[in-house]
Design a protein around this ligand. Structure first.
Ligand code: ADP
Ligand code: ZN
Length: 611
C-alpha cells in the first residue's frame, strides 16, 4: 500500500481535501463548523449518532494542519480498518498497537520523525506509556482525537479504565486542540466524559440521535423462526447481525439458518478466540454473511453495510436496543432493526434481574430500564418517537419509517377482558401461571382444572370468545402496564398489583394493542422494504451486483474488507450514472483521486461489459 500515497501537501483547504481525497462534494451537518473550530486550535466535543460522519471531523483537519494527528481508538480491529480505508484513499496513516513487531514499530517511529505520517492511531494504553509521551513531546502534533470517548465513563456500556489516564493530555500538550467523539446518547455518560477529559471549556457539537435510515419493526413472537425466515426473505446477499441471549441459542440458530440455505456464522464469548476472530473477520470481509451473536459482538464494529440487525430475544434496555440496532446502516443506506418479542422474553429478563447479583438499588434501575423498553415494544405510537423521547428528544412528526407508522397498530377496548383476567387470577388464589389462567378463562376442562375445582369458579369459561393467543397478548400487556406481575419465586404465578384494583372494579378503561398477524403479513412487508434496496431499473441492479463482485475480487486479492475499497453507495452511484472515462469516474461520490487512479479502470471495465 505504501508508495501510492498521494502527496497531501498543498491540499490545505478542507473542501479541497473533502473532494480530492475522499471524493465527496459537500459537508454534512456541522462537519464544516467542527473542522473550522478545531483548525482554529480549539477543543471540541462531538456528539453525533453512528454514521453521521464523525471520522472526517478529525481526518480532514489532520490533513490540513501541519504535524501529525494522534487518534485514540479503543480497539485494534477498528483501528486496522480505519487505517486501511485511509491508505486506500492515499492518506499517510498508521496504527501503533500491541500486534506490531519491533521492526514495524521502529519503522513507524522513523516515519514520524521524518514527518511522513499525517494520522497516527494508537490505543489509550500505548498513548499514555512514558516512552510514547516522550516521543510525542519531540513531534509536532496537529491535534488529539479521542474516538469512542464514552469508554471513559463507568456509566457507559464500554468502560475502559485506560481511558481515564487520557486527562494527562491537557497538561502535557497545552496548546494542542483536543476532540472527543462519541455516538453515545446517554446524557449521564456525556457529562462524565466531558468532565473526565477536562473538556469543560470545549465547544459541544451535537445533533439529533435519530437514525432515519433504520426502519424499526417489533413483532409479537409467535413462531420466531418462521417470522425470522419471513423477514430474511428477499434479503439474500445482505450482511446482517442476529442477536440471541444465550450461547446455545446462538449456535442452534446459526446451524438452523445454514440448514435453510442462509450462510451464517456464530459469535459468542464461549467460542475459541481463534474461531471468534475468524468469524468476525469473515463477517467483515465477505458480502452477504449473517452473523448470529450474543452481545459479546459489536463494540467498535465499523462495518458500514450491515443491512439489518434482528433480535430474537429482548435486550436489557432501550440503550442496549438502540446501540445494537444502531450497528445497521452506518453508510446511511436503508436498513432494518427488527425484533420479535413475547411474554417469555419479558419473564426471562425479569428473572435475570431478580436472580442477578446486583444490589437492590441497581436492580431497581435495571427493572426500570427493562420497563422502558417494554413500553416501546407495546406502544401503539411511532416507535422512533418513543425511542428518541427516552433520550430527551421530541419529534414534531411521526417518522413514517417504523412498523407503527407504516401499518398503524390497531387497538381494541380491553376493559372487559382485563377485568375477566384479573378476576380469574384473583379467584384462583394468585397461584397459577398464564397457561392455567387461560384455561380457566376459556373454559377448558383439563385435569388440573378439575382437580382444583376451578370449573366451578364464576370466571370459568367467561373468556371463551377470545382465543388463547389473544389472552396471552392480554396477559403480556397487563404485565407491561404494571397491573399484574409474574412471581418468579412461585414458579411464574400471576399476581395482582395495587394498580389492578380500579381496573378490576371497572373504574379504569384499558386499550390493548392488537397483535400483528403472523408470517404471511410479514412476508409482504419484507418485499416492500426490499424494493427500496433494489434499483427501479433491473439493469442497474445487475450492474450493481457485477460491481460488487469486482469489489470482492479486489478486496480478496489484498485481504481487506470490501468496504475499504468502495462503499455500496458509491457502487450504486456508478451503476446509475455509468461513467465512461476515468474523469467521469472521479465524479462519483466516494471516488477520491487515489482510489480513482487505483481502481477506476477495473470498474470502468465492468461497466463497459454491461454497456
Ligand atoms: P461515524 O464515525 O459518525 O459513525 P463515519 O465517519 O464512519 O461515521 O461515516 C459514516 C459514513 O458517512 C461513511 O460512509 C462516510 O464516507 C460517509 N460520510 C461522511 N461524511 C460525508 C459527507 N460529507 N458526504 C457524504 N458522505 C459522508
Ligand atoms: Zn414511526
Amino acid at each position: 500500500m505504501q508508495g501510492e500515497a498521494v502527496k497531501t501537501t498543498g491540499l490545505r483547504e478542507p473542501t479541497a481535501v473533502l473532494r480530492e481525497v475522499f471524493g465527496l462534494s459537500t459537508f454534512r451537518g456541522e462537519q464544516e463548523q467542527i473542522i473550522a473550530h478545531v483548525m482554529a486550535g480549539r477543543d471540541a466535543v462531538v456528539l453525533l449518532p453512528t454514521g453521521a460522519g464523525k471520522s472526517l471531523c478529525f481526518q480532514i483537519p489532520a490533513l490540513c494542519l501541519d504535524g501529525v494527528a494522534i487518534v485514540v481508538s479503543p480497539l485494534i480491529a477498528l483501528m486496522r480498518d480505519q487505517v486501511e480505508a485511509l491508505r486506500q484513499s492515499g492518506v499517510r496513516a498508521a496504527a501503533l498497537n500491541s500486534t506490531l513487531t519491533m521492526d514495524e514499530v521502529a519503522d513507524i517511529r522513523a516515519r514520524l520523525a521524518d514527518c511522513e505520517i499525517d494520522l497516527l492511531y494508537v490505543t489509550p494504553e500505548r498513548l499514555v506509556s512514558d516512552g510514547f509521551l516522550g516521543l510525542l513531546s519531540r513531534l509536532h502534533i496537529s491535534l488529539f482525537a479521542i474516538d469512542e470517548a464514552h469508554c471513559i465513563s463507568q456509566w457507559g456500556h464500554d468502560f475502559r479504565p485506560e481511558y481515564m489516564q487520557l486527562s494527562v493530555l491537557r497538561e502535557r500538550f497545552p496548546g494542542v486542540p483536543r476532540m472527543a467523539l462519541t455516538a453515545t446518547a446517554n446524557p449521564q455518560t456525556r457529562d462524565d466524559l466531558i468532565h473526565r477529559l477536562q473538556l469543560d471549556d470545549a465547544r459541544v457539537f451535537s445533533a439529533s440521535f435519530d437514525r432515519p435510515n433504520i426502519r424499526y419493526t417489533i413483532v409479537q413472537k409467535d413462531n420466531a423462526r418462521g417470522q425470522l425466515m419471513a423477514f430474511l426473505q428477499g434479503r439474500e446477499g445482505q450482511s446482517g447481525i442476529i442477536y440471541c441471549l444465550s450461547r446455545k441459542k446462538v449456535e442452534e440458530t446459526s446451524e438452523w439458518l445454514n440448514g435453510q440455505g442462509i450462510r451464517s456464522l456464530p459469535y459468542h464469548a464461549g467460542l475459541d478466540r481463534s474461531v471468534r476472530d475468524a468469524n468476525q473477520d469473515a463477517f467483515l470481509k465477505e458480502d452477504g454473511l449473517v452473523l448470529v451473536a450474543t452481545i459479546a459482538f459489536g463494540m467498535g464494529i465499523d462495518k458500514p453495510d450491515v443491512r439489518f440487525v434482528a433480535h430474537l430475544d429482548l435486550p436489557s434496555s432501550i440503550e442496549a436496543y438502540y446501540q445494537e440496532t444502531g450497528r445497521a446502516g452506518r453508510d446511511g443506506q436503508p436498513s432494518e432493526g427488527w425484533m420479535a418479542y413475547g411474554m417469555g422474553d419479558l419473564v426471562q429478563r425479569r428473572r435475570m434481574i431478580d436472580d442477578g447479583a446486583s444490589p437492590v438499588e441497581v436492580k431497581r434501575v435495571e427493572r426500570a430500564a427493562l420497563d422502558a423498553l417494554l413500553g416501546v415494544c407495546e406502544t401503539t405510537q411511532c416507535r422512533r418517537r418513543a425511542l428518541l423521547a427516552h433520550f430527551g428528544e421530541t419529534m414534531s412528526e411521526d417518522c413514517g419509517n417504523c412498523d407503527s407508522c407504516l401499518t398503524p397498530a390497531q387497538t381494541w377496548n380491553g376493559t372487559e377482558a382485563a377485568r375477566k383476567l384479573l378476576s380469574a387470577i384473583y379467584r384462583s388464589g394468585q397461584r397459577y401461571g398464564s397457561g392455567h389462567i387461560i384455561d380457566i378463562l376459556r373454559g377448558q376442562v383439563t385435569e388440573k382444572i378439575t382437580r382444583a375445582g376451578h370449573d366451578s369458579l364464576p370466571t370459568f369459561g367467561v373468556g371463551a370468545d377470545l382465543d388463547a393467543k389473544t389472552w396471552q397478548s392480554v396477559i403480556r400487556q397487563m404485565t407491561v402496564l404494571g397491573h399484574i406481575s409474574v412471581d418468579n419465586e412461585a414458579f411464574g404465578a400471576l399476581i395482582l398489583e395495587d394498580s389492578a384494583r380500579p381496573v378490576l372494579q371497572g373504574h379504569q378503561a384499558i386499550e390493548f394493542r392488537r397483535d400483528r398477524a403472523g408470517p404471511a403479513k410479514e412476508r409482504k412487508r419484507a418485499t416492500r422494504a426490499q424494493a427500496e434496496y433494489v434499483s427501479d431499473n433491473p439493469e442497474d441492479e445487475a450492474l450493481f451486483q457485477a460491481l460488487r463482485a469486482e469489489r470482492l475480487r479486489l478486496a480478496r486479492e489484498q485481504g481487506v474488507p470490501p468496504y475499504v475499497i468502495f462503499h455500496d453507495a458509491s457502487l450504486r452511484d456508478m451503476a446509475r450514472v455509468r461513467p465512461s472515462s476515468v474523469t467521469e469516474m472521479g465524479e462519483v461520490a466516494g471516488v477520491g483521486a487515489a482510489k480513482c487512479a487505483r481502481y477506476g479502470r477495473a470498474f470502468l471495465a465492468v461497466i463497459g461489459e454491461h454497456g
